[in-house]
Structures are given as structure tokens and as C-alpha cells.
Design a protein around this ligand. Sequence first.
Ligand code: ATP
Length: 513
Amino acid sequence: MAKQEDVFKKVISHAKEYGYVFQSSEIYDGLSAVYDYAQNGVELKKNIREYWWQAMVQLNDNIVGIDAAIFMHPTTWKASGHVDAFNDPLIDNKDSKKRYRADVLVEDHVAKIEAKIDKEVTKAAKRFGDAFDKDQFLATNQRVLDYQAKADGILKRLGKSLENEDLADVKALIEELEIACPLSGSKNWTDVKQFNLMFGTKLGASADSAMDLYLRPETAQGIFVNFLNVQKTGRMKIPFGIAQTGKAFRNEIVARQFIFRMREFEQMEMQYFIKPGTQQEWYEKWKEKRHKWHLSLGMGEENYRFHDHEKLAHYADAAADIEFKFPFGFKELEGIHSRTDFDLSQHEEYSGKKLQYFDPEENKSYVPYVLETSIGLDRMFLAVFSNSLQEEELENGTTRTVLKIPAVLAPTKAAILPLLKRDGLPEVAQKLIDELKWDFNVVYDEKDAVGRRYRRQDAAGTPFCITVDHQTLEDETVTIRHRDTMEQQRIKLSEVKDIISKEVDMRYWLQKI
Ligand code: ATP
């Protein structure tokens, strides 16, 4: 089995074992591509959401939040283009009877070519040592240039065919590239067909009067239809943004990557309303701002990259993904889209209501353009979780499993451990918990030797352990142990709260943006 697959399996089993993510309805053998967040997962998810919300809403005085309903008037989805164009191109393998997204098959093929480039780079870096100049190598090495040209050519053709709805050419491309079904190894493919991803449901009791509804496939439309209400009641001046987090639903066909692609998931979206003509400038600015947000969490600059879209969605005039290095390779984590005035104009047309902004500087009304940032909360969760899970070789030859979740996002900030279950130590520990619990999540653990408790907390992702021992009774000091370095220090009981606060307070992390 490939190493990547092993790592990913470990991520999934660790997420279950340590109370982060469970399969939905597991006692009934689960529901495909639907997951539940467990006692630790719900805290991590909440912290990621809060980290995003503070960066967007609290720290920008021209961005406000809303929480729109999941159900929306069905015409919304006609206007947005989702009824007609929210499709995935699907292809079936006739031998394995497995269904795939045709574009994903091609993209995975391209990823293999890109992996070859990475291999060349690693080899050359070894060969040249300190003198190695990666940029120069990428720009001049003939083998790399050939691979790159091949990858670019394939993506370009895929983009064009999808844009022109030329599904026959997508199939031709799959055949020319000799892409085989990963399951059966066969190249016996059906034609490519379009499949709408929205879930339908009904509003109302009686069969004849019930209204057909959709579960929203994105949160963005709840923002567009409220644009004027927010602008007027909030007296917002362009440029301004509306942010929202909430559930979205897509009947994903290829849903095999744990919480990376789910049928019910959560998005964190922000629509920034701008003057027409300024979209390029704002596109660049938001790409940079969002990149910085990611980097502020310290998960390694090398794990992020931008991918500019060849194929633009029907509403966009520019689009890029921020990709993250998941255990199965670089994949989309967040999208930055320049959506023009498409959505507001469409809603104007379908609703018959004016959705315009009067610009006092220009002394005229116009339909604003929109710059969107859209990130999947669950994908961010997977990025944080998979990046944090590490096996470390220790000096004494043993290994430890540690979940190095950025302290600001960790579900539990500290574990309070009495060295022994007697001599009044549990009481002191409990008193400390009663003091800390007003500020952070803390846990109490008295079972097993302290070394084993440390390991348990390492694996659960708790950044600090505080040990209360006999010396505490004498001089009111405790041991603080840092998860990432395993360093231990003696500190005063009265300092515990401040020391932890400093490391976990969102403000210290957000200041890096
Ligand atoms: P993909 O190409 O991976 O299907 P997308 O381009 O359709 O994603 P968008 O419509 O741009 O995704 O949605 C914005 C964000 O929502 C994505 O960047 C991703 O983080 C998240 N997202 C989209 N679909 C899912 C899903 N099925 N499960 C979890 N997160 C999702």
C-alpha cells in the first residue's frame, strides 16, 4: 500500500479514537460521505470558525455577518444558475461499475505528472546540495519543462472542453491519456454525462400544494438576496463585505475522502461588494489577505499553493484556489472568486427588485461587483488535523504520537494532573480547574503514571499539562509541560492562567495577519 494511503488511514482512525470525527449513524453501518463531529471535534471546529469570524468580521469594520436560512425561495436557484448549471461531469467504468467525476480523473492524472516534477526537484536538490536554486531548476531543466508543458496542455484542454460543454472531448481526453479505473484497472468507459448536485425537498403537507425546494448548495446566495437589506440597515458604504458561516448540501458522487468531500458540510464565505472596474485590485488583495490568514496558523508555507482556474464558473471573471497539501496531495481548500455583477443582476432580473447601490461620490447607482472568499470549514479542519498528526522519534529510541494542533485552535488548552490520587493533591488540582475553566477548556486526569498521561494528552492535542505534586503544597508551584517541545518548567500556581492565555489567545495569533 502506498505510504500516502497509510498516513491518511492513520488520520481517520486517530480522529475516531480521540473523539474528533465519527461516521454518521455508525451503528447502522454509517451513511456514505456524512460525518459527525465528536466531543473534541466540535471544539476544534468551533475554534476554526471563530478564528475565521474574528479575522473577517471583528477585525474589519466594513464587514458584517449574517446567518441566513438554509431554505430559500426556489427561484433563487434558477437565478443563480444552479438549476441549469450546477452539474458535475460523470463517467462510469463499465467493468467496475464505479462512477467518477470525469474532471477529477483527468486532474488526478495531471497530479501524477506534477509529482514527477517534485521528484526531479528532490533528486536535484540532493545532487547540488546548498548550491541548488529551485526556481532556476524549474525554469531550465528540460525534463521538468516537458512535464510542465504536458500538465498545462491537458488542463487547458479540459478547461476548454468543460467550458464548451464538449463532453465527448472530455471522454476523448480520458481515452487518449489512457486513464484506467483505479479499481478495476480497465479503460472501458461510458460516455460523460452531466449530473445536478442539488438535493431537492418539499415544503408543505399536501401533495398538490407542496412547493419544491432545494437544500442550499452554497451559503453565498443567502448573502446576495440580503445585500440591500444589510446595506440599507447597516448604512454600509462600498466597498463592504457580508460574511456568513453555515451548512451547505451537495449530492457529491465521488465522496471518498473522509471529511474532504461530504454531502453535508459547512462553508465560511464572505462576499465583498465593490465598485465595477476595481475587481482586479480586490482580487489580488483578498488573495493575499487569505493567504496570510492561513500562514498565521504556522502550518508551513510550503503546504500551501495557489492554483489559478483555467475553467471559470459561469459567474466568474477570475478565480483561484488556495490549495493545501492534504495526505492525498495538494487539493482545494479555499476559493477566491471575482464574481462580477452576475449574482445581483440575476436576482434583479428574476425578482423584479432593484439591487443597486447609490454611490454618493459618483452620484449614480450601479449594481456592485463582488469578490468572494469561500472556504470549507470541514476541509480546514482536515488540513489542521492531518498536518498536526505526527509520529516523533524520541532520543530514547521510543516514538510518540502527537497532535500538534495550533494552540489557539486546540479543543482543550490544558490538562491538570495531580501526581498522586492522595495527600490533598487532587483537591489542589480541582481548585486550579475551577479557576481556569472560566477562560478555557481544561480537563482533569488522575489515572495512570504521569508519563502515560502526558502521552495521552499529546495524542489528544492538548498543548499544556499542569502537574500538581507535593512541592506544590509547600511552595505553590506546579510543573507546566509543553506539548510540542516536551519541555517542563516550574512556575507559580498564580502564573498558570496568564502563561496559557498568552499562548492561546486569538489576538496574539491574529496579529500575525
Ligand atoms: P471541488 O472542486 O473540490 O468540488 P468546488 O470548487 O465545487 O470544490 P466551491 O463551490 O468553490 O467548491 O466551494 C467553496 C469551498 O467549499 C471549497 O473550497 C471547499 O473548501 C468547500 N467545499 C465544497 N464542496 C465541499 C464538500 N462536498 N465537502 C466539504 N467541503 C466542500
